[in-house]
Design a protein around this ligand. Structure first.
Ligand code: UDP
Ligand code: MG
Length: 322
């Protein structure tokens, strides 16, 4: 019995790239099936993340024509990470092993062979890691690499230069299901699950067509989410700074008292008083804001709202028809 592979691809307004992605993934799956690496029941599962263009109709058309392709549709746009979770948790019901990748062909699909090889050696998670970022713009490269370094500094265990191109076995996904957080940062969760894992290097290419759905603003908020979902270092940092300032202000108090007693004080000090008040005032607001970020995360988590709602599942339609 060969293992069933599902390739999960989140799609948001991807009508421009889907035909080419479909062509290339079809070739890849067929060659793997022919080489008897995977079962002929293997499939590509597109996840339509509430696209506003023709993406879902296209997915349905592809599904009708090609038995190797299936899809699910979310009830509205929920963002890349939620779409991915929806796809992974749905695919694991049909598959033994799942690979997640982007729709825009930036992830080199030839790395799939090596991922499957490692899986056969017993690895339960195989991370796709970009060997270089030659094709990224200077800005994207610098911000992205800075992001990984900052995350490490903040104590978040992530694989350097790994995004969400990854192989996971069903065993891993069964465990992953228990991570019910709504503030999702998947590349931080998988290393927490454990089990033997490995890395496959690949060259990240340019987007095949269409525009990036991750503008700078979304990227920054994603990075911030990653830090506050996985690290309490910022809060500890505030406590340490608070301690340092307390010591400093105590020393300052001593200085004032001594100056007073020795009669060195004339009526001056207005500037330093105002400077200190405004400095501590703004610093306190900053700290309260940061703590507020954590509280807002708790607020979102306790509600336990569903992370996604699947409005259509082509896989199930097929079963009903049979
Ligand atoms: N995506 C999604 N929902 C969103 C935004 C993006 O499912 O709200 C998908 C998108 O279709 C693509 C993947 O996430 O398959 C990565 O997005 P993109 O390529 O735009 O990001 P970048 O590679 O520029 O970081
Ligand atoms: Mg992309």
């Amino acid at each position: 019995m060969k293992d069933i592979l599902y390739i999960v691809v989140p799609c948001y307004n991807e009508e421009e790239v889907l035909p080419e992605t479909t062509k290339r993934l079809k070739e890849k799956l067929n060659s793997l099936i022919k080489k008897k690496e995977i079962s002929e029941k293997s499939k590509v599962m597109y996840v339509n993340d509430g696209s506003k263009d023709n993406t879902w109709n296209l997915i349905k058309e592809i599904h009708e024509k090609e038995p190797l392709f299936t899809g699910i549709s979310l009830s509205r746009n929920r963002g890349h990470q939620n779409a991915l979770v929806a796809g992974l948790l749905t695919a694991k019901e049909y598959a033994d092993v799942v690979i997640s990748m982007d729709a825009d062909l930036q992830d080199d699909i030839n790395a799939i062979d090596e991922m499957i090889e490692k899986y056969k050696e017993g690895k339960q998670i195989v991370y796709g890691v970009r060997s270089s970022r030659k094709k990224d713009t200077w800005f994207k490269k610098t911000t992205a690499e800075g992001f990984y370094k900052f995350m490490k500094f903040m104590g978040v265990d992530i694989v350097y230069n790994h995004a969400d191109y990854r192989l996971t076995s069903k065993k891993i996904l069964d465990q992953f299901q228990n991570y019910k957080e709504v503030n999702l940062f998947l590349r931080g969760i998988f290393p927490l699950i454990g089990y033997p894992s490995d890395i496959v290097y690949y060259e990240r290419s340019e987007r095949f067509a269409g525009k990036s759905k991750y503008p700078l603003k979304k990227m920054l908020s994603f990075a911030f989410d990653g830090i506050t979902s996985f690290s309490v270092k910022p809060i500890r940092f505030i406590s340490s700074i608070g301690l340092i300032f307390s010591i400093l202000s105590f020393l300052f108090l001593l200085y004032i008292l001594i100056s007073k007693l020795t009669g060195a004080i004339v009526i001056s000090g207005w500037t330093s008083t105002v400077a200190l008040i405004s400095f501590f005032g703004s610093f306190q607001i900053l700290c309260i804001g940061l703590i507020g970020e954590y509280i807002s995360k708790i607020y979102l988590e306790v509600k336990e709202r569903p992370r996604f709602i699947i409005s259509e599942n082509l896989e199930e339609n097929r079963k009903e028809r049979i």
